[in-house]
Write a protein that binds this ligand. Structure first.
Ligand SMILES: *Cc1c(COP(=O)(O)O)cnc(C)c1O
Length: 523
């Protein structure tokens, strides 16, 4: 079997066959769906349009000589196509989605209602400022909440995802170092970090040096100190970390990093575990992104807009990118370009053309206001409680790499409990699909063998957690009892079974090609 660097099989095993055991290829009411190009016809359109009057195109040689070949479908055909595709998506609205670190929590409908208010939904980034005072107020208020919750000094709202926020934070750090004229080009990244951390540092020209993890997955301040030097620009640390543990030595690490003249970037993807409990500013953090789509319940969206605001400490505040909202005695002012800067403001540039994802700002602030400070604190506590409920429900059957200790918002298991069964983490996850569960995060963090990282979030009820725990217990018992086929053949009930991930990555088909000859059915 082909394995990737994480020891994860990337191609289907022998047992996985394509499931086409019905006449139609449909599986119960899950309808098999071809591409629009395959189901549409090219000699019809869904609408009746008059023939256009003859006109002389001004495209010259560039005018198209062949038909455009857009598939024609009637409205019901087009509607069915997209509805069927949408039904193939598993989502937080369809069931428990325990992806560790990704924080798939419920998206409250109140947020949606607020985001659809015409004054927010229809706002355009080029509208005159005098017509968008409410939107600017909302951005100022969101910024105020973020700064209050983190104990930081300034905020950049414009980054459009967590990874984009990391880039923003690291660019501010780079600008600060350049302003001091220091030759610092190394960024320290712990082994347990999300791949976006080293990728971000490398993208803007830093050299990445890995900090080894302790046996329990946390970072040893001594290991950090041993790597600090006048060449080190920053450390990128996740807290709580990706093993679901709070880095207890964070204050000592921050002090050592500052002592060495470097900056502390915190990956705030797991902020949902500590909102209302700890202020990262007081832990010594200099820059941190906040995934509004994780902690503050905005939809993750299949490729839709994300938002990853970044908060900065006093050390970095001046370098925050344009545009930003300046809070003055007369109310908030949107600073859009260099001309509007005041003394002390030295933005490193800008991350995006405009101001960020307004729709996500509205949803996140709606979540904050509807919870209030006490509600946000309780959400953090419930997220941690739920993760520990799952942990305790499974600890006698599954193995915990960090020993039996309380976790934060997510619980990490390794594949030790599957030793001798011939079943891997991947097989186990595929069997969960047959049971109607989206698998947990697998094979991440890399520091743990066959990792299974489960984050139930605060939005799951006790009943839903009980069923989840019971399902996993049943699967573990089946695995230990030698019911191997159930795992190796899984998923048995999904419309697609195991796909060849290696081939998909190495030979991606990104464009539909007309089959040759044209009359032949597509593959
Ligand atoms: C999700 C996540 C990121 C990246 O955030 P995106 O919004 O997906 O770009 C970075 N680090 C950690 C630990 C994460 O969980």
């Amino acid at each position: 079997m082909t394995m990737n660097t994480q020891g994860r099989p990337t191609a289907p095993g022998e047992a996985a066959v394509t499931a086409t055991d019905t006449f139609t290829g449909n599986r119960a009411l899950q309808i098999e769906e071809a591409l629009l190009f395959e189901i549409g016809r090219y000699d019809v359109t869904g609408v009746d349009l008059d023939e256009p009057e003859t006109f002389t195109p001004r495209l010259g040689k560039l005018a198209r000589k062949t038909p455009i070949d857009l598939p024609g479908l009637s409205e019901p055909e087009a509607v069915r196509h997209y509805v069927r595709l949408s039904q193939k998506n598993y989502s937080i609205d369809s069931g428990l989605y325990p992806l560790g670190s990704c924080t798939m929590k419920h998206n409250p409908r109140l947020n949606e209602k607020m985001a659809r208010l015409p004054g927010f939904a229809d706002v355009h980034p080029l509208q005159p400022l005098s017509t968008v005072a409410g939107a600017v107020d909302l951005m100022a208020e969101l910024g105020r909440w973020l700064l209050e919750m983190t104990g930081m000094t300034s905020v950049a709202l414009s980054p459009k995802a967590g990874a984009h926020g990391e880039l923003c934070g690291m660019m501010a750090i780079k600008a600060a170092i350049e302003a001091k004229g220091e030759p610092r080009n190394i960024v320290l990244v712990p082994e347990s970090a999300h791949g976006t951390n080293p990728a971000t540092a490398a993208l803007i020209g830093f050299k990445v040096v890995t900090v080894p993890a302790r046996a329990d997955g946390t970072v040893d301040p001594e290991a950090v100190k041993a790597l600090l030097s006048p060449q080190v620009a920053a450390i990128m640390l996740t807290n709580p970390n990706t093993c679901g543990l709070f880095e207890r030595d964070v204050v000592e690490i921050a002090a050592a990093v500052h002592e060495a003249g470097a900056y502390f970037y915190c990956d705030g993807a797991n902020f949902n575990a500590i909102v209302g409990k700890a202020k990262v500013g007081e832990l010594g953090v200099d820059a941190m992104h906040i995934n509004l789509h994780k902690t503050f319940s905005t939809p993750h969206g299949g490729g839709g807009p994300g938002a990853g605001p970044v908060v900065f400490s006093e050390r970095l505040a001046a370098f925050a990118p344009l545009p930003f909202v300046r809070v003055t005695a007369d109310g908030p002012v949107l600073v859009e370009n260099e001309v509007a800067l005041e003394g002390g403001e030295t933005p490193f540039g800008r991350m995006v053309a405009f101001h960020g994802q307004m729709g996500m700002f509205v949803r996140a602030l709606s979540y904050m206001l509807s919870h209030g400070g006490d509600g946000l604190r309780q959400a953090s506590e419930d997220a941690v409680l739920n993760a520990n409920y799952v942990r305790v429900g499974l600890r006698d059957l599954m193995s915990q790499p960090s020993g039996d200790r309380t976790c934060m918002h997510e619980v990490l298991f390794d594949d030790h409990f599957l030793d001798g069964t011939g079943i891997t983490t991947l097989d186990f996850a595929k069997a969960m699909i047959d049971e109607g569960y989206h698998p947990m995060t697998m094979y991440f963090p890399l520091v743990v063998h066959g990792a299974m990282l489960i984050e139930p979030t605060e939005s799951e009820s006790k009943a839903s957690l009980d069923l989840f725990v019971a399902t996993l217990r049943d699967l573990v018992l089946k695995a230990k009892a030698g019911d191997t086929a159930r795992f190796l053949e899984a998923p048995r009930f999904a419309p697609r079974r195991r796909l060849d991930e290696t081939r998909a990555a190495r030979q991606p088909k990104l464009k539909w090609e007309k089959p040759e000859p044209w009359s032949e059915a597509a593959e």
